[in-house]
Write a protein that binds this ligand. Structure first.
Ligand SMILES: [Zn+2]
Length: 188
């Protein structure tokens, strides 16, 4: 099966029309098809769209970040957490030191305890994408081997951006030793 590198811009809204995120005005997103780098429903919607196509892609939560799991809301002693200063409901932080650690959201503060929600912030949210496909090209052998898209600067080591190398500003040299992807060539 041949797999493509797809480059696109997007604006992401919730079903009320509020903008959650957008690439427009910044670097477009490039991803390798079939590598699980973007949410499943968005990848399905982008499949077979040619460069130059603008489209609306509605993605139900089940094909995006999943339904909410109330078991992921837990009570934790504030003193056990490596955070300083005032903490209030709505604050978010990573549950670990590395860049891939899950983000947890403070949903309540009760004395010495915090109520932490480890659900993805977009769990249970239906997503509405407006996309513009900028380019579609076959993946190179290197990209297939690494499992991510390469930008103009080659391999970023997978540590630069979600979904692999988005632009030309990063290279293996910059990221050596910081790559979390065991199959990436930057560790070789
Ligand atoms: Zn690579």
């Amino acid at each position: 099966m041949s797999r493509n590198i797809v480059t696109f811009h997007y604006t992401l809204r919730d079903t009320q029309g509020a903008v959650i995120d957008a690439s427009t005005g910044g670097e477009p997103i490039s991803f390798l098809e079939g590598a699980g780098q973007i949410v499943e429903g968005l990848e399905e919607g982008l499949r077979d769209l040619a460069a130059g196509t603008k489209a609306h892609i509605g993605v139900p939560a089940t094909k995006a970040y999943g339904e909410r799991d109330e078991a992921q809301v837990q009570r934790v002693l504030k003193s056990l957490l490596p955070i300083e200063g005032d903490i209030k409901a709505g604050d978010q932080f990573r549950a670990g030191a590395d860049a891939y650690a899950p983000i947890v959201t403070v949903v309540g503060v009760e004395g010495d305890e915090l109520l932490l929600d480890a659900n993805h912030p977009l769990a249970g949210v239906d997503l509405e994408f407006e996309v513009e496909v900028l380019a579609v090209r076959p993946a190179t052998e290197d990209e297939l081997a690494h499992g991510h898209a390469h930008g103009a600067g080659g391999c970023c080591g997978g540590g630069g951006k979600e979904g692999g190398c988005g632009g030309g500003e990063c290279s293996c040299e910059d990221k050596e030793g910081t790559c979390d992807k065991p199959d990436c060539g930057c560790k070789g």
